[in-house]
Design a protein around this ligand. Structure first.
Ligand code: MG
Length: 375
């Protein structure tokens, strides 16, 4: 049991992290990969200053948020299963149950994207339907420009049942599809080496380049530290120290250093942000998000700054949102955005379930284990 997870401050930070990630995702949903000039044409000279319609409505989230929710669901299920079976829970390592639980959570996400359960579930899974509470939320069944790497690697797992990992890279992709979904891994443990490793392994299921998975490990550690109330600069320093232990870390380490240096130069602008990159690969999705979070003093200002650039706006919005939401808490988020946010109730419920499971307050009854069944 981890008492620090039980207080109101942690609840506010966790809910804030998930809500703000979803808000950033929604703010950037319409303009993913539009140039800043095009964004100014669509949204006005100041760029995006509010939610604008995308995917048929205002406040609609994309694959970044969908997959983040499945990450959290997979973690809760792995924890609940271990608690039920052993009275304890397994630590993160390749081959250990939590990584498989995340794989299967992502296979459920794949099913929400229009792939039949028979093709999505994997050859060793004989269940006739996907189970658990999360997937009963029909709003998740919607394609929002899902990342091709995630989609195709999960489809491949559906065929072969072969799970990838850091020691068995699935491809050479460093796309941001791993880091964008990794924030919930922060909850798995208070051992930061474990949090980093599981963050990286969760991304390595679909992304085989070090910058595609180490970004995810570093991000999970930063979010962990923010949830405990540490300042962002300290959180980044701690994550960077862990990052350096891994082969192939240099690209991500340099990207983080560039973000820290740029943060000394005042408020963010699209032009400054674009000097760090496009946010479509792991290392810059993280570095651009860290930069914006460091260079602002208000989560809503940060959310807007994180999507106004020519790159992968919904992913930097999502990753930066996970950071600033954890830093400032849910009460500081724009209530108008929260009211309009798709899936807001599901996000809040899942966050509270996670706090119950990881904070030691989860029920041990059949209803809970049907909501979060094993694997
Ligand atoms: Mg997206």
């Amino acid at each position: 049991m981890r008492e620090w997870l039980q207080g109101p401050a942690t609840r506010s930070r966790l809910r804030g992290s998930l809500y703000a990630g979803a808000i950033g995702d929604a703010l950037g949903a319409k303009t993913e990969f539009d140039s800043i000039d095009r964004i100014r044409e669509i949204a006005g000279p100041a760029g995006i200053t509010d939610l604008i319609p995308a995917y048929g409505g205002v406040g609609r989230i994309t694959d970044d948020t969908q997959m983040t929710l499945f990450t959290l669901e997979g973690l809760i299920r792995a924890h609940a299963a271990a608690r039920r079976e052993q009275g304890t829970f397994a630590i993160a390592a390749p081959g250990e149950p939590v990584v498989q639980s995340l794989q299967l959570a992502y296979q459920r996400w794949l099913h929400t994207q229009g792939v039949s359960w028979e093709r999505a579930r994997g050859p060793e899974n004989t269940s006739t339907d996907p189970d658990g509470w999360l997937i009963t939320n029909r709003e998740l069944f919607s394609r929002r420009a899902p990342g091709l790497t995630c989609f195709s690697e999960l489809e491949a797992y559906g065929k072969t049942g072969v799970r990838a990992g850091m020691d068995k890279p699935v491809n050479n992709s460093k796309g941001c599809g791993g880091v964008m979904r990794a924030a919930p891994v922060a909850l798995w443990s208070d051992d930061l080496a474990e949090v980093f490793r599981l963050g990286a392994e969760s991304a390595a299921l679909t992304h085989g380049h070090p910058s595609g998975y180490l970004s995810s490990g570093a991000f999970a550690v930063i979010v962990h530290e923010l949830l405990t109330g540490k300042p962002l600069l300290d959180a980044v320093a701690i994550a960077r120290a862990e990052l350096e232990k891994y082969p192939g870390h240099e690209e991500q380490s340099v990207a983080l250093d560039q973000a820290l240096a740029l943060a000394h130069e005042g408020a963010p602008t699209p032009e400054k942000l674009e000097t760090l990159g496009q946010g479509n690969v792991g290392e810059t999705a993280l570095s651009m998000s860290v930069y914006v979070a460091l260079a602002t003093a208000d989560p809503n200002v940060a959310l807007l700054a994180s999507v106004n650039h020519s790159g992968d706006s919904d992913s930097t919005g999502s990753v930066c949102g996970n950071l600033v939401g954890a830093m400032y808490g849910e009460e500081e988020l724009d209530t108008d955005w929260l009211v309009k946010l798709e899936l807001a109730e599901v996000i809040g419920e899942l966050a509270d379930d996670a706090l119950a499971e990881f904070g030691g307050n989860a029920p041990g009854d059949d209803r809970w284990y049907a909501r979060y069944p094993a694997h």
